[in-house]
Ligand binder design. Structure first.
Ligand code: GLU
Length: 310
């Protein structure tokens, strides 16, 4: 794959999708700071394991990482706890909404997987263990900065405050799990950490760069840093594939065929094992809560590049 070919394909796919679909979908409006994001934004960035970078559109503009942060906290929790994490959270698609509480009751307070909110809150509890929320948030932010090679990544305080003010369901989930003894730190500390991790702002370029270790068996191919073991990297990819797109994870696997994680800020991180990491951002969401135009861009890019794990 020459630099020119990748750059040309990314530019062509980006332009085709932007021209035909820009602005589609519904921007998340549960908090004001997300509701006022311009629906017409569209960015796409690809970075390959051999260091080529290709991009289109608003790949330099920061957006709210939201649930994509769960990939990085899962990585950190596995670094800290190893396999014992799986006693506290499963790895099965839920078939329920991302913030559903019904399964938790039947399943003894052990969430189905690390990407539904309940599971992500347990993962955050593991990242927080033995520290203050401030220390844990700094660690999450600094991990992203290091992986992305970008010290501009930071928490949007307004988003974090609004998440906390409106996070009734997350408080319910956390209290419910605390009742089952599946949260170790105080609920307020876990949720403050969780709300802050979701409120980090990142660009497509930075996000693709930060996720690149997942395309290379846990080792950052450009710095040589061993971020996580190959076994854990494989499992994170497996969970992204099966659980990364809320209730449309099967559809994403069917259409794109790659591990991916979306967030309600309109971003999607996608991994092409052994080849590249891709980040796309378009704030308008489809009915399931995934970036509508971002998903279309990934479908077309994967088809054009013949990227698929299948
Ligand atoms: N902050 C959001 C929540 O926990 C994350 C939503 C998302 O991106 O799925 O409700």
């Amino acid at each position: 794959m020459s630099t020119e070919t990748l750059a040309q394909i990314v530019a062509t796919v980006g332009k085709e999708i932007a021209d035909a679909h820009r602005g589609e979908g519904k921007v998340a409006d549960y908090i004001p700071a997300l509701a006022r994001v311009d629906a017409n934004r569209f960015g796409l960035a690809v970075i390959t394991c051999d260091g080529q970078m290709a991009e289109y559109g608003d790949a330099w503009l920061p957006f709210s990482i939201q649930s994509i942060s769960k990939v990085f906290t899962l990585t950190m929790a596995l670094q800290r706890m190893g396999e014992s994490l799986w006693v506290r959270v499963g790895r099965e698609p839920s078939g329920s909404r991302f913030n559903s509480i019904v399964q938790l009751e039947a399943e003894g307070g052990v969430p189905r997987n690390p990407f539904i909110n309940a599971g992500a809150i347990v993962v955050t509890d593991a990242v927080l263990a033995g520290r203050t929320p401030g220390e844990a948030v700094d660690d999450i932010r600094d991990t992203l900065r290091r992986l992305a090679g970008a010290d501009t990544i930071d928490v949007d305080k307004e988003v974090a405050t609004s998440e906390a003010a409106t996070g009734y369901r997350n408080y319910s989930l956390a209290n419910f799990m605390k009742g089952f003894d599946n949260l170790h730190s105080p609920v307020e500390d876990v949720l403050q950490t969780y709300f802050h991790q979701c409120s980090l702002r990142i660009t497509c370029r930075q996000l693709a760069r930060a996720g690149l270790f997942l395309a290379n068996e846990g080792v950052d191919p450009l710095t040589g840093e061993v971020v996580i073991s190959p076994e854990h990297a494989r499992r994170i990819n497996a969970i992204m594939m099966t659980c990364g797109h809320y209730d449309a994870s099967g559809e994403f696997a069917f259409q794109v065929g790659l591990p991916g994680k979306s967030g309600v800020g309109g971003g999607i991180l996608t991994i092409v094992p052994d080849v590249a990491a891709v980040a796309v951002w378009s704030p308008g969401l489809n009915a399931v809560g995934n970036s509508q135009v971002g998903t279309l861009a990934l479908e077309r890019l994967a088809a054009r590049m013949r990227w698929s794990v299948f």
